[in-house]
Design a protein around this ligand. Sequence first.
Ligand code: GAL
Length: 699
Amino acid sequence: MTATPALPASDPSRPTATVPGSKVLYGADYNPEQWDPSIWREDVALMRQAGVNTVSLGIWSWALLEPAPGQFCFDWFDEVLGLLVEAGIDVDLATPTAAPPSWFYRAHPEARLVEADGTYRNGGSRGICCPHSPAYAAAAARITDAVAAHVAGNPHVTMWHVHNEYGAPGGDCHCETSQAAFRDWLKHRYGCLDELNRAWGTAFWGQLYGDWSEVTTPRHSGTALNPTCELDFARFTSDSLLARFTAERDIIRKHFPRTPVTTNLMATNCPANDYWRWAQDMDVVSTDYYLEADSPESQIWLAMESDLTRSLAGNRPWILMEHAVSAVSWQPHNRAKMPGEERRNALAHIARGADGVLAFQWRQSRRGAEKFHSAMVPHAGTDTRVFREVCALGGELTGLDELRGTEVRARVALLWDWNSFWAQDLAWRPSVLMRHREQMRRVYEWLWDRGTTVDFVHPEADLGRYDVVLAPASYLISDAAAANVAAFVHRGGRFAALPFFAVVDDEECVHEGGAPGPLRDVLGLTVEEVRPIPEGCEVTLAPTPAAGVPQDAGAVTATVWSEHLRLAGARGVWNAVDGPTPGPAITVHDYGRGTAVYVSVVLQPRALATVLDPLLDLPIDKPATLDGGRPRNLEAVTRHATDGSGRAYTVLLNHDAVAHRLALVGNDLLTGRELHATEPTTLAPGDVAVVCHETTGDH
Ligand code: GAL
């Protein structure tokens, strides 16, 4: 089998770069081209007032920097750069290739991106052209080189921001050039057409290919497409966009060999790219995150985003490159943040490893598509709640510089693999309700509620530092991943898999003998049949004596999914007592020195707690309050110094509308107060504390 390596080695010639500077980065996308030059001076004065130390410049400036092909205009840009430098504000300089100029579309209509149904994506908005277009590649290289050469040697350009959110809007192109590029990619992957026919299973529906020219991208067709073709196309698109990033990065490196290069990811929100591969090619990982403001769990999805980004960064610090200080403008209903909410959001990212918090954008636009999107300087000016909070946060962040470079140490990991997600969400699965995102979220929410900090990890990566590994949505498991998980359990790890687990291999071919394929021995069972539960229906589960919960713990209910399990060594700990599949629904199996739990039904977060807490012995990272218990909406994460000093920083966030009293020891960096165990500390509703304290040992 010819598999694309999951985790390419990073370039050993590059030093491990890190977040530039010595301060927590604070700032925004700065789009001065929207404004009269007289505003620019006011902008930098206000940036100083707000404590801004870094701005991302030039993201949308291609048409202004190169008004006609090959003709460059840097006058306005030099003036802005000069003002920023004079004010001591560092520049995260962008390559402007996410918005090709109108002249480019006119000269190269063939470079337009073609959707699966044959429609062209025209200019007039923003977004990449065809990522395989030679004309786009040449034009992007030319402007990248021109900008980098123009500022070469400028020490105030402390970071490079390539393009903008590769994959948003999607970069999957179906033009003739892309068809040829896809065929080349497939030739490299499979070597010969016979091998492609085998891997794609083209005997099914007589899809056999006799000549490479017959192989196409998964374009709009009669009904369901070949799933392996679709999966390969997703991999190919991620690789193609990554190639565009590395092409620009390498041009920059010629002029700025030691300056970190990043591109803003969209960690949990980007279906287009396999970010495990991308992160290997970035000097610093950065992401954009926009709050799901209407969700009552918004703080949980924010935390999940941060944890994934930190994990992509290999547990090194990362940067929140964009977020909104208040409302966005593209959700159906754009809720403005409440007083104090932005501070809590920003510090929640810092808690989970961010060394910088930047916004979109500095000054709120008066014209254009995003004029109703909040910004650090709102339409109503500086005498506003938003600007006052922006300034206050800037002041607070200057007191947190010592957190830079410290690390979060999770003992629990969730397997996360874009290949599996692409495959799981293809057409014609047993239930459309079984999407990977909801499965991940239910598990993450349960762990967030109880205060267990998690990393995300690629299924083939080293699991050695974790006590517990969970697979909430691992529909696709490669042989290497299965061996990795088996070794983890055998060595004594605690593992739990959730339903629709290990069904296919990396060719989207169902594992021989059925699920959970190569992990049948580890879980001690075979899935004989999946039996989705109709929408609106529930199944009741009751514990067996082996469940480790009091027998009067009561029943839990499951939805969406059930499986008929044939046990071969595993013991049932919760049984379905009604529904389509009475019998064992949740099982435990001892394997080597470890334990493997299988959950064959869909459970809500509270039910996951009832069922899995007694089985997995998970660590808890949030303190109990003096009033007893660990309130759900009290969040606590600790960052540890890496210098052996034993110093640690626990960020406590009260998302509740009531105060919580805690026995804390240390120094709150936000208030400067010394905290003693004998004097209760009250964390007011919505408030945050960053407590510096000493630890003994690793934790
Ligand atoms: C991001 C994008 C920004 C801005 C922002 C608004 O996706 O990178 O340029 O459009 O959304 O929320």
